[in-house]
Write a protein that binds this ligand. Structure first.
Ligand SMILES: Nc1ncnc2c1ncn2[C@@H]1O[C@H](COP(=O)(O)OP(=O)(O)OP(=O)(O)O)[C@@H](O)[C@H]1O
Ligand SMILES: [Mg+2]
Length: 264
């Protein structure tokens, strides 16, 4: 039990008559990369919103590092070590890559802006920002205005901003969405490197089955608000119920993988 970093206990979210998340329980192991897959509208993002504190659950609990955080506001969860990516990001396009990350570091450290703080105080932010940018492989681009980064670079910048306050867990909602397929492996390598070097726990919602099968320790499958299955990539690839749910949508990927004899 002690190596479970995050626990959902019977989490439920209703929107009017719609049950978006239906009594979901899930344990996330410390240091693991745990993917959540499932068809459109399955409730994956809503589940993230419950964990990150964007939404209050209708019922159920969220336990993080042994503490019940069910009623803790979003900003406090960030201070407690939870990093969550949003589809709409807060990149300032005209600031440099470094300035964007420095602000992300500062936002978490600084309660009130104080004009008279020492230069050394700000140097600390720059140092952390530079380090985080080297982790994601953007060290050469630090002085570039953020809007001049290619799409894949912007995704890395988002990751750097997420890592800036040194969270214990990262919640990534479809990190490869909208990326050209040739850029995907580089982002995945970056996520893997970050995870291994920094010993982060990562929970990732992702539709790209090759990515999911290649990178995950555990996979949970959601369908119609419920957790349908959980297992290792090969267990999930071979699960007939999962294949049924994916009929039409992602079935081909799973089928193709089974034909190859396992994940890529
Ligand atoms: N704020 C909201 N108000 C009302 N209904 C919502 C809200 N957010 C989500 N829903 C509904 O809850 C269900 C689950 O949506 P959710 O976005 O969690 O699915 P998802 O698994 O992330 O899908 P996708 O793969 O398309 O991102 C959907 O029917 C959606 O319309
Ligand atoms: Mg979603």
């Amino acid at each position: 039990m002690s190596d479970v970093i995050l626990q959902a206990k019977n989490l439920r979210k209703e929107f009017g008559g719609l049950v978006a998340v239906s009594d979901v329980s899930l344990d996330i192991q410390q240091g693991s990369l745990h993917s959540i897959i499932g068809p459109n509208g399955a409730g994956k993002t809503t589940f993230f919103n419950l964990i990150s504190g964007k939404y209050r659950p209708t019922s159920g609990q969220v336990i993080f590092q042994g503490h019940d955080i069910t009623h803790m506001p979003l900003h406090q969860r960030i201070h407690k070590g939870m990093g969550r990516s949003f589809q709409i990001t807060n990149i300032f396009p005209n600031l440099t890559v470094l300035e964007n990350v420095r602000l992300a570091v500062q936002a978490i450290s600084d309660k009130t802006f104080n004009f008279w703080r020492s230069a050394a105080y700000f140097d600390g932010f720059i140092e952390r920002a530079t380090y985080v940018l080297s982790l994601v492989g953007l060290e050469k681009e630090i002085n570039l205005p953020a809007n001049l980064l290619p799409h894949g670079g912007k995704r890395k910048l988002e990751l750097a901003m997420l890592l800036a306050p040194d969270p214990a867990i990262l919640l990534l909602d479809e990190p490869t969405a909208g990326m050209a397929s040739e850029q995907v492996p580089e982002l995945i390598d970056t996520i893997n490197a970050v995870r291994q070097q920094e010993n982060k726990t990562i929970v990732m919602i992702e539709h790209n089955m090759n990515v999911v099968m290649g990178i995950s320790d555990r996979i949970s499958v959601m369908n119609m608000g419920e957790m349908l299955a959980e297992g290792s990539p090969s267990e999930i690839a071979g699960n007939s119920v999962v294949q049924e749910v994916y009929l039409g949508q992602l079935y081909d990927d799973v089928d193709e993988m089974a034909a190859r004899g396992g994940p890529a």
